[in-house]
Each structure stands twice: as structure tokens, then as C-alpha cells.
Unconditional design. Structure first.
Length: 97
């Protein structure tokens, strides 16, 4: 019988990501699908954007999915067919003035 489980995590902290994968591995021993669905935006003029705001967007939108994929890879490989789904908004493909 298949057991389904949805788990969320604070993806802006690498330790939270590693703990999520560790707990998942301990409970299920494999991972069939990883869905990266976290995303944030910061709307401001370039000259009004603090480096901290930029860094936060990069941490959540780019760094977290990379780390999740890397950390989950061993569990995904234990599945018959491990899938990764990365979800992005239109902001990921369309520039705004």
C-alpha cells in the first residue's frame, strides 16, 4: 500500500532543508517526487533595493531549489522513478521595468 505524505519546510535555511530530507529518509527510505514551490519577490526600484532584499530573493528562489535537489538526490535515486518539479511564476521568464 502506498503512503502519501506532504511536507513543507522553511527553505531559506539550509539546516531546515537538510533536516527535511533527513526526516523524510528516516520515515520513507525513498522519495518519489520533490516539488519546489516556494517563491518570493521584492518590488522596488533598483536604487531602492537593499542588498539584503536581493539576497533573500536569491536564497528562496534559486539557492533553495538547488540545495533541495542536491540533498534529495540520494532518496530520489532509491525510487523506481524519482521526479523533480520546479514551479516558477511568470516573473521567472518575463522581465518587468
Amino acid at each position: 500500500m502506498t503512503e502519501e505524505k506532504l511536507q513543507s519546510s522553511l527553505v531559506h535555511h539550509q539546516s531546515s532543508i537538510k533536516n527535511l530530507v533527513k526526516v523524510t529518509g528516516e520515515k520513507f527510505s525513498r522519495l518519489d517526487i520533490l516539488v519546489n514551490n516556494a517563491g518570493i519577490t521584492h518590488s522596488a526600484k533598483l536604487e531602492e533595493t537593499a542588498t539584503e532584499d536581493w539576497d533573500r530573493c536569491i536564497r528562496v528562489n534559486a539557492r533553495a531549489p538547488f540545495i533541495l535537489c542536491r540533498e534529495a538526490l540520494p532518496l530520489l535515486r532509491k525510487s523506481e522513478a524519482g521526479y523533480i518539479v520546479n514551479i516558477a511564476s511568470v516573473v521567472g521568464v518575463k522581465g518587468y521595468p
